[in-house]
Design a protein around this ligand. Structure first.
Ligand SMILES: Cc1ncc(COP(=O)(O)OP(=O)(O)O)c(N)n1
Ligand SMILES: Cc1ncsc1CCOP(=O)(O)O
Ligand SMILES: [Mg+2]
Length: 506
């Protein structure tokens, strides 16, 4: 995918919102932003004095120039000043979607200007948006006010938010992000909602108390567009957008007499800036009336691990466990995927004993009941296991808990459980496990590590061989987990020595 993103939006002479905000936000996420300007607004920190719509001819000339040479992977749309502009943009999007070899994703932030020219309050404008534009939109990002204008639903609680989302889908938008910045429910919190592919995602954090929030909507949707262009799934783009805005609000300052703009900083690497993933049973989940499942079983705060995990061998037999421990691997996981294996329990028991004999940390994958029964050092679980494993029992037995994460949403979900370590993957393609659509790459690992390293031991896994081990270790990740780099090596003993050298483990 190309990292070219277009912003079709209005210029804000005050530099805080519109095209100006879009360019800064996209720059922070390292994509190239092109623009097609729809209106020249005259505004400052005190308000909008005029909206000077650009003619459809001039907009079209910008779009044609970009199309000829700099096609976008994602197109972000902001202010459209009148029905003619909406129709023109819809016509062009229709062509891009049907003719381009890689059709662009469309992110639409329906801007309602609050003073003169109130773009979204004209009935024919709203009708044109619903009829012409929304069927072409992949992600719509309205705030509370814009959601109410487009759907007629007043957002008085989570059910109303879901209903509004459903209406927007009914108009054709494929995915919905409803921004809760003006919602104040529960009091003092900012809650945002995302829906796509039949799943809903809720994020929340304490509201950040600043008047200087001009341009947050434009910036959030621009970050979402940039992250989609970089290949992040929407739930991760949503998280990163929120974290970027939170970080920007904390350092926002005024430049005129009125409301200052949200600050544009950089990729958010402080966990404190990130929102919470809201799950059923949590305090925020209760406030939002989320249904708590019958087998609800939440526990947080698992036994800590002293230091980093270093070279981490993930193997499927007792012989491999023994070979690794004997050759100085200090972290080993027994990963038996055949739950019907007749020797399962005896293998787990033996692996745990070997761990004690060689003073190694032996984790058991999946089979947490047997891990507890035989007193393992720890268990490793996936995200789906969080819904079914008895986390209380694992915690009470003092076992360490390692959790898999594939992206930023899962990372924050895992953080709700305060596990003993976090694994991130798959870094590269692998043949050991089907990781289709979940390859993270080194760039995302470079963001994961600084974000989580201060809070957890970190592990990178997936497709890591001897050649790649040092570039992975250079990200600062505390552990490199491998299967084939050891089990398919000509000399596994030699591979262990070389892998340890590559990750600089003494
Ligand atoms: C260190 C480490 N990281 C990730 C995984 C994957 O675990 P999971 O998501 O539970 O998938 P399976 O391994 O069960 O297929 C792991 N095992 N170890
Ligand atoms: C279990 C697992 N989880 C994510 S990738 C992976 C397999 C890693 O195997 P390899 O090191 O052979 O690529
Ligand atoms: Mg597992």
């Amino acid at each position: 995918m190309s990292n070219v993103v277009w912003s079709i939006a209005g210029s804000d002479s005050g530099g805080g919102a519109g095209i100006q905000a879009d360019l800064k936000a996209m720059q922070s996420f390292d994509v190239h932003a092109c623009t097609a300007i729809t209106a020249l607004t005259a505004q400052n920190s005190l308000g909008v004095e005029a909206i000077n719509a650009v003619s459809t001819e001039v907009i079209e000339s910008q779009l044609l120039a970009l199309e000829a040479d700099m096609k976008a992977s994602v197109i972000k749309i902001g202010m459209l000043a009148n029905v003619q502009q909406i129709q023109l943009v819809a016509e062009h999007l229709t062509r891009y979607k049907s003719r381009w070899e890689t059709p662009p994703l469309v992110v639409y932030d329906p801007v309602a200007i609050a003073t003169s020219g109130d773009a979204l309050t004209e009935e024919d404008t709203v009708d044109a948006i619903k009829t012409h534009l929304l069927p072409l939109v992949d992600v719509i990002t309205p705030n509370t006010h814009e959601t109410q204008i487009l759907t007629g639903v007043y957002l008085i609680g989570p059910e109303a938010v879901r209903e509004a989302g459903q209406k927007l889908r009914g108009f054709g938008a494929k995915a919905i992000v409803i921004k809760g910045g003006h919602w104040d429910y529960p009091k003092g919190y900012c809650i945002d909602y995302c829906w796509y592919d039949d799943e809903e995602y809720w994020l929340g954090n304490e509201a950040i108390n600043t008047p200087h929030s001009h341009g947050t909507g434009c910036s959030l949707s621009s970050v979402i567009a940039a992250c989609l262009s970089k290949g992040y799934p929407l739930k991760d783009a949503f998280i990163l957008g929120k974290a970027y805005i939170n970080k920007g609000l904390k350092s926002a300052i005024r430049f005129g007499e009125g409301i200052g703009p949200v600050a544009h900083t950089a990729f958010p690497h402080q966990l404190e800036d990130y929102p919470q993933v809201i799950e059923a049973g949590s305090w925020l989940g209760d406030e939002l009336d989320f249904m708590v499942p019958d087998d609800y079983n939440y526990a947080a705060g698992f036994s800590p691990i002293d230091g980093e995990l270093g070279l981490y061998a993930v193997v499927d037999t007792i012989d491999w466990v023994e070979l690794c421990l004997k050759n100085g691997v200090k972290t080993v996981q027994l990963r038996v995927k055949d739950a019907q294996s007749p020797t399962l329990e005896q293998d787990i028991e033996k692996a745990i004993l070997l761990g004690k004999q060689y003073d190694g940390r032996v984790f058991i994958n999946d089979h947490w009941q047997l891990a507890i029964k035989h007193g393992a050092y720890g268990v490793h679980l996936g995200q789906e296991d969080l819904n079914v494993a008895d986390l209380h029992a694992i915690q009470k037995a003092g076992l360490r808990l390692g959790l898999s994460t594939h992206g930023f949403y899962e990372m924050l979900r895992a953080h709700n459980y305060r596990p003993s370590y976090l694994a991130f993957g798959a870094i590269y393609p692998t043949t050991t496990k089907d990781m289709t659509g979940q390859i993270q790459g080194l760039e995302k690992l470079r963001h994961f590590v600084p974000l989580m390293k201060a809070h957890y031991p970190t592990v990178a896994i997936g497709g890591i061989d001897l050649l790649r081990a040092s570039e992975v270790a250079q990200t600062g990740v505390g552990s490199v987990a491998v299967v084939r780099a050891i089990t398919e090596a000509v000399s596994p003993e030699q591979a262990i020595v070389e892998l340890k050298q590559a990750i600089d483990e003494q």
